[in-house]
Design a protein around this ligand. Sequence first.
Ligand code: AHM
Ligand code: MG
Length: 322
Amino acid sequence: MAKPVQTLSEFIIEREKDFPFATGDLSQLLTSIRLAAKLVNREVNKAGLVTDILGATDQHNIQGEQQQKLDVYANDRFITAMRNQGAVCAVASEENDEHIVFDTPTSRSGKYVVAMDPLDGSSNIDVNVSIGTIFSIYRRLDPEKVTVDDFLQPGNQQVAAGYVVYGSSTMLVYTTGNGVNGFTLDPSIGVFCLSHPNMRIPEDGKIYSVNEGNYFDFPEPVRNYIDACKRKKYSARYIGSLVADFHRNLLKGGIYMYPGTTDKPGGKLRLVYEANPLSMLVEQAGGAATDGRTRIVDIKPEKLHQRCPLFIGSKKMVEQVM
Ligand code: AHM
Ligand code: MG
């Protein structure tokens, strides 16, 4: 007889029992993320059919990037789900200039803050290529007030982190600092089921993911590393959706790189809600992440939307590029 599958909600409840003093707040928070992920998944799946969900809005985010309609939809869904749950007192998002403090009676005393990129890889939305959501959870610093400092804690203080990849199937992958587990959405019943228990990234890999269009602007050591990958006939794989590139490398082994360039020494990716959560995940899975000098999760963020170079993936490959 086939082994019964464990659902995400059963898994969350089971894990909660491992922490004798757990209040259930983190479980509640993960439940709200699960709900929002399903709603976003529904819209992503019918994006080609429904004309008012594809394309850009006339708004720009703080980075000056034009917001897509699905960016705004995903942002609203995740914020609403967390506001309604009560475990979260504030959220910071790639799509909002500043963090948002919740004012409902229950959320005011919420223990956690969440930083997120609600829809990563926006340029891939209209062309039916995988996109994702990334989230990072911290304990708030002061029970009396919420400030931006709650979000500027180094990544090594994260309580949990994860992502959702809306791909050929939709998966939610997360860690609470005790290994990494992946759940695949069964669309016929609308339930996430444990499909990838205790995920480990291969120690070494043969895939490198980088936007080589920027090659001539990369620092020399990075160009040398890319040349070495080619000499070894490694496979070049670059989707242009960080979550999807990261997910593939997590399963198969590989390195994702977004280095600084001559005109953008900080690179493109954001430390707080892109690099930090994926770095916690990769370390929990046995891999590594650095900005080229410092372990990503040891960097103390100074600004909410701060960028950082990112080299992330199989441990040996990250060591070599360093
Ligand atoms: P976004 O958060 O605005 O979608 O930007 C982040 C994305 C990553 O998903 C992806 O890896 C990278 O930007 C691609 O950038 P580029 O087109 O410069 O290669
Ligand atoms: Mg992004």
